[in-house]
Design a binder for this molecule. Structure first.
Ligand code: SF4
Ligand code: SF4
Length: 438
């Protein structure tokens, strides 16, 4: 298959602006239609919204996820390895599928995987789109992404100003049945939420731990069970797996890989997410690659985890992921595999990559979908294959979800609320569009 694709930054900016304009005009149209709506009008509005959504579909999302990896414009949404709020996950998956992501990465949990797939299918019912890959995340040892905060609210002094509640980016801390956003995430009335950490919403960022003046908050870490994971990746709706590792103990990586056995042969992509361990990064990657190689029948990817779970903090958070990419781009003797940024990625990441000359979508021609096309010495694909967005992606769409839930309840499906769907899509396109050359 021959691919022809070329993108320049000028085209990118111009098209991005026109996408924004289009979203704004769609929003006005939909809002005017919503006035005095009756059920019949609501269904007309949904049709109008579907038409508006169709008009926004990115030209580049006709490309397959694999083509995006080769071109250098792969985008992954990270729902969070520990985030298990299936209502939010379904809504996020729907919005980011429409925005054109290539992959949605989620917790290795059957109900979470189902929620991701439901969101994807709801988006594809609205617009004819190619399906993004679904990736599950697992770990070989203790890892920041695989932990939950916990405390007993009965132990909290009554006069505590609750800084934990304010600092939590996931609205995962609840008092009197409501999180700080005022939304009760419990749909089973009249029972109120238990006070404390809403376990399924906590994704382990750890920001509440140091702010508690009474040291009441504990972290609970866990390792995903390899045999449960092996069953999960046999499902037809799971395409990829990511192994989070410290990169320091290859014996633990080997144990996990062995326990997964032949199940990994069902996958199209296997990613390894690792932090920057300085001079030993390349040797650690080579060790892990040699462990995987005998049973590796899919493509593989290295996720460069710059500053974990920090993209929502601000501009500076992305510096470490870009520095990691620069280091790996220069390194000799890398094992085969695509390179993708994560950890601190946000709206500033693309500019940072461009400054370093590392945002390069390519004219790519390849004949076979085999491992030879991704050998690190092969110049036919982009050096950096793409970007994964986590906390920042969830934050910008999450604001719209919170607004919708405060009006329509914590279990609301975003496709039932066209004005919120278009607002959320506008946010998602502003993030995904620049890398997809709009
Ligand atoms: S660890 Fe992070 S997500 Fe979890 S409760 Fe604390 S601040 Fe919220
Ligand atoms: S900051 Fe600590 S003491 Fe205060 S409400 Fe939160 S967990 Fe309880």
């Amino acid at each position: 298959m021959a691919l022809r694709f070329f993108c320049t930054s000028n085209i990118s900016t111009q098209h991005h602006r026109s996408a924004k304009t289009l979203v704004s005009s769609s929003l006005s149209l939909t809002n005017s239609c919503m006035w005095n709506s009756t059920p019949a009008r609501n269904s007309k509005n949904k049709c109008a919204t579907a038409e508006n959504v169709k008009s926004l579909v990115l030209p580049s999302i006709s490309s397959t996820p694999l083509e995006s990896l080769h071109r250098g414009n792969w985008v992954k949404l990270i729902c969070g390895a520990s985030f298990e709020d299936v209502v939010d996950i379904r809504n996020l998956s729907l919005v980011y599928t429409l925005a054109g992501v290539d992959c949605i990465d989620c917790a290795a949990d059957a109900s979470v995987v189902s929620a991701v797939n439901e969101g994807i299918e709801a988006a594809r019912n609205m617009v004819s789109l190619r399906r993004p890959w679904v990736m599950i995340s697992v770990n070989d040892d203790k890892d920041l992404h695989f932990r939950k905060a916990e405390f007993d609210p009965e132990d909290c002094p009554a006069d505590c100003s609750r800084p934990c509640e304010n600092v939590c980016p996931a609205n995962a801390i609840s008092f009197q049945g409501k999180s700080t956003s005022g939304i009760s995430y419990n749909t089973e009335t009249p029972r109120l939420l238990k006070d404390g950490v809403i376990t399924e919403r906590c994704y382990g960022c750890g920001r509440c731990l140091p702010v508690c003046p009474y040291d009441k908050i504990r972290e609970v870490t866990y390792v995903r069970d390899a045999f449960t994971t092996a069953d999960l990746i046999k499902r037809n709706d799971v395409d990829a797996m990511e192994i989070h590792t410290s990169g320091r103990q290859s014996n633990l990586f080997k144990e996990l890989w062995s326990a997964l056995g032949d199940s990994v042969r069902n996958l199209r992509l296997i990613a390894v997410s690792l932090p920057n361990v300085g001079d030993s990064t390349i040797s650690s990657m080579n060790k892990m690659f040699s462990i995987m190689k005998p049973n590796l029948q899919s493509f593989n990817l290295w996720q460069l985890d710059g500053r974990p779970m920090s993209g929502d903090i601000g501009r500076g958070a992305t510096k470490e992921s870009i520095a990691f990419a620069v280091q790996l781009a220069k390194a000799k003797g890398r094992p085969p595999g695509f390179l993708q940024l994560a950890g601190g990625t946000n709206a500033h990441t693309i500019d940072g990559l461009k400054k370093e000359g590392l945002f390069q979508t390519t004219i790519t021609e390849y004949l076979h979908d085999d491992m030879s096309t991704i050998n690190s010495s092969d110049s036919s694909h982009a050096l950096i294959s793409g970007i994964a967005y986590g906390g920042y992606a969830r934050k910008i769409v999450g604001r719209v979800l919170r607004s919708m839930q405060s009006q329509h309840g914590g279990a609301a499906s975003i496709e039932d609320h066209p004005e919120h769907l278009l607002m959320a899509l506008k946010e998602a396109l502003a993030l995904v569009g620049p890398i997809k050359c709009l």
